[in-house]
Design a protein around this ligand. Sequence first.
Ligand code: AMP
Length: 416
Amino acid sequence: MRVLLIGSGGREHALALGLAADPSVEQLIAAPGNPGMASVAELRQVDAVDPAAVAALAVEVGADLVVIGPEAPLVAGVADAVRAKGIAVFGPSGAAARIEGSKTFAKEIMMAAAVPTARAYTCTDAGEVARALDEFGAPYVVKDDGLAAGKGVVVTEDRAHALEHAAACGQVVVEEYLAGPEVSLFVVTDGEAALPLLPAQDFKRVGDGDTGPNTGGMGAYAPLPWASPDLVEDVMARVVQPTLAEMRRRGTPFSGLLYVGLAITSRGPKVIEFNARFGDPETQVVLALLETPLAGLLNAAATGTLAAHPPLRWRAGAGVAVVVASAGYPEAARTGDVITGADRPGIIHAGTARRESDGALLSAGGRVLAGTAIGPDLEVARDAAYALIEGIELDGSQHRRDIALAAIEGRIAPPR
Ligand code: AMP
């Protein structure tokens, strides 16, 4: 199989490692890719959000399967353009990707499918926002209605800050606060059949102890020792199947990766958000634990043959990823700093670039690298992930020191 992978972040580096390790993959091409992916894939330039350009590249390289990593190309209709060329695609149509592209649309689907989620209002002016904030009370949750790279959400006790964020966004969704530990569940689907991957947890806030602003994600671990054994089955039955059925009913079946972000509340799991693609950095740990060949799995979803796919196999043990972010992230990430110590197995590149003059590795984004390790248990995996990033030198870089710590110390419990 010739596989074309679209994207350039940590998620795509993790996908590239998984795809390259699948013996059915003869050739892997990544576009635009990143320096970390260069050892396992041929890199090509492309404007990832230009449907015609990606489709033309897929034809040019003779791709049998195109895997689309990020949300922006999906929402822009890149999967539709590639499918129109008769090439299999892992990733939803533009119409189905609205489940991530519009929070209002996602809420509509959840209402229609009776999926447990936070009560919410879509608001377009300050008066509506104020009324919604006062109905739900603090902590206030205000979400930009459109794509915002994981940074459009403000959760705050400060009513003025909530109002300010709403004013800056335009159309927002104001919703009820959901208390309880969060879970990310990835589901591979061809629109009909669906296979859940291992549930994971990520760390959204920039600072230790979940302090500071939201980020794209500062670390992750899987599996979840504190989660109930029937969590996945329950979410498949009450969230995933009804959602997929509602998308089919509307004539926009969802195929690809449905990311279910959940809060485990005192009244059971409730959906915080849907995404139309793998989450970053949970992908790094979940795929590191997946033993089933990745390309075969994604190809089955892309070709509507997932029902015939064998059950997934997993490595025993646990995985941990710790993100190294640049100075100033998330408010004003500094780029262009030299990185050393990053060329080692287990280091996933997210925001890096090669300097043309001398080939030096430079920071090129907010989240720069992630140290990813697996081990027989969470503690060993965690120590190994931190050991990996200890060798990295990047001026002013930041990372959280408490990734997976509460889980190891038994301090996470769903509220009763
Ligand atoms: P989202 O982009 O919707 O995942 O939101 C980013 C983060 O904000 C989530 O991972 C949660 O930590 C937090 N969040 C979003 N919605 C809620 C909610 N209704 N209640 C509590 N926290 C939330």
